[in-house]
Design a protein around this ligand. Structure first.
Ligand code: PMP
Length: 300
C-alpha cells in the first residue's frame, strides 16, 4: 500500500545532492527512510560534516576516522572501511563537479530489529554531497556572531559518549540553537553542570586575552578537527595556547572570542549575553591562516 513517493523527503536546501547509500550511488533527492528505523526513534546514529574547497574535501581522512570511531563508541561496526569511504567521497566529488561543497556521512541503525536494544540492528551507511551555501558570510558582515547563554546544560562523559559525534547528543544543541534564533541571536554558548564554558551548538570556542589563546578542556565535548588545526596555527604565530576551565564571569576579561568548526571555519563573536567583545584582530588573522591552510592541505 505504501509507495516510495510517500516516503520521499524534501531535497536538501532545494539543491541537487549527490549521494551513496549502502553501496548505491544516486543524484537528486536523498530518498526517505522506513518509519520503523531504529535510529529515527532512539537517535542511534553518528555523522560527520566535511567541507570541500576547490573540488576537494578538506581533512577527509580525519573526518572518516572520527566517523568510524564514533560508531565504535556506540558499539556499531561500520560495514565499510575508511579507505572504502574515501573512494566513495572522491567519486561523489567527481560526479558533482562542484567547487565548494559539504559532505554529510551518516551511519545509523535500521529497521530490522525495533525495540531499544541495538544488538541485532542492521547498520547502514550513507554519504550525501551538496553545494555549499555560506550561512556565515552575512553574520561576518554584521560584525560577527551574537550569542546567548543556553539554559540547557551539557552532559558529562560519565553520562554519555561525549566524544562521539552522535545524533542523540545533538538534541540539546538543536534546542539551544533554536531558542537562540527565536530570541534574535545567531547561536548559543553551552555550559556544563558546574557552569564551565563548553562550546557553541556546532563549533568549539576560543578566547583571546593579551597575546594568549584560551579554550576550554575538551572533556565533555568534541575536540574538533578545526580546533586542533587552529591551536597548531596559533602556536605557529607565536601565540601561547592554554586549555583551561573558563566560566561566564571570566567573559568580561577577554579581548576577543571566536568559534571554530568545519562549517564555521573561524567565526568572530561580537557578543555573548551582555558581554561585548570590541576586537577581532587575532580572530581575523587566524581566520586568514586557516583559509590558507585549507587551500594548501586540500589534498590531505
Ligand atoms: N562541536 C560540535 C557540537 C560540533 O557539531 C562541531 C562540528 N562538527 C564542532 C564542535 C567542531 O568540530 P570540527 O572542527 O571537527 O568540525
Amino acid at each position: 500500500m505504501t509507495t516510495n513517493a510517500a516516503l520521499k523527503i524534501a531535497p536538501l536546501y532545494n539543491d541537487q545532492s549527490y549521494y551513496w547509500v549502502d553501496g548505491c550511488y544516486g543524484v537528486g533527492e536523498a530518498t526517505g527512510l522506513p518509519i520503523l528505523t531504529h535510529a529515527l526513534h532512539y537517535g542511534f546514529a553518528v555523522f560527520e560534516g566535511i567541507r570541500g574547497y576547490n573540488g576537494r574535501s578538506f581533512a577527509l581522512k580525519d573526518h572518516l576516522n572520527r566517523l568510524i570511531l564514533s560508531a565504535a563508541r556506540l558499539g556499531l561496526s561500520s560495514p565499510y572501511s575508511v579507505s572504502e569511504l574515501m573512494t566513495v567521497v572522491e567519486k561523489l566529488e567527481e560526479a558533482s563537479q562542484l567547487d565548494q561543497f559539504y559532505v554529510r556521512p551518516l551511519i545509523w541503525t535500521g529497521g530490522k530489529a525495533m525495540g531499544i536494544s541495538a544488538r541485532k540492528s542492521d547498520v547502514h551507511v550513507a554519504m550525501v554531497l551538496w553545494n555549499w551555501q555560506d550561512h556565515f558570510a552575512d553574520i561576518q558582515k554584521r560584525g560577527g556572531l551574537r550569542m546567548m547563554i543556553s539554559p540547557h546544560v551539557r552532559m558529562s562523559h560519565q553520562m554519555a559518549p561525549v566524544q562521539a559525534k552522535s545524533s542523540f547528543l545533538y538534541g540539546p544543541n538543536v534546542m539551544s540553537k533554536t531558542a537562540a534564533e527565536k530570541a534574535g541571536f545567531d547561536d548559543a554558548l553551552t555550559l556544563d553542570h558546574r557552569g564551565r564554558i563548553m562550546e557553541g551548538t556546532g563549533a568549539n570556542i576560543f578566547f583571546v586575552k593579551d597575546d594568549s589563546l584560551l579554550t576550554p578542556v575538551p572533556d565533555y565535548f568534541l575536540n574538533g578537527i578545526t580546533r586542533q588545526r587552529i591551536m597548531m596555527l596559533a602556536r605557529k604565530r607565536g601565540l601561547q595556547v592554554y586549555e583551561q576551565d573558563l566560566f561566564v564571569k571570566d567573559l568580561c576579561q577577554m579581548d576577543e572570542a571566536f568559534l571554530t568548526g568545519t562549517a564555521y571555519e573561524v567565526s568572530p563573536i561580537q557578543q555573548i549575553g551582555d558581554v561585548r567583545f570590541k576586537k577581532q584582530t587575532i580572530a581575523n588573522q587566524l581566520r586568514d591562516d586557516y583559509l590558507s591552510h585549507v587551500e594548501e592541505k586540500a589534498d590531505e
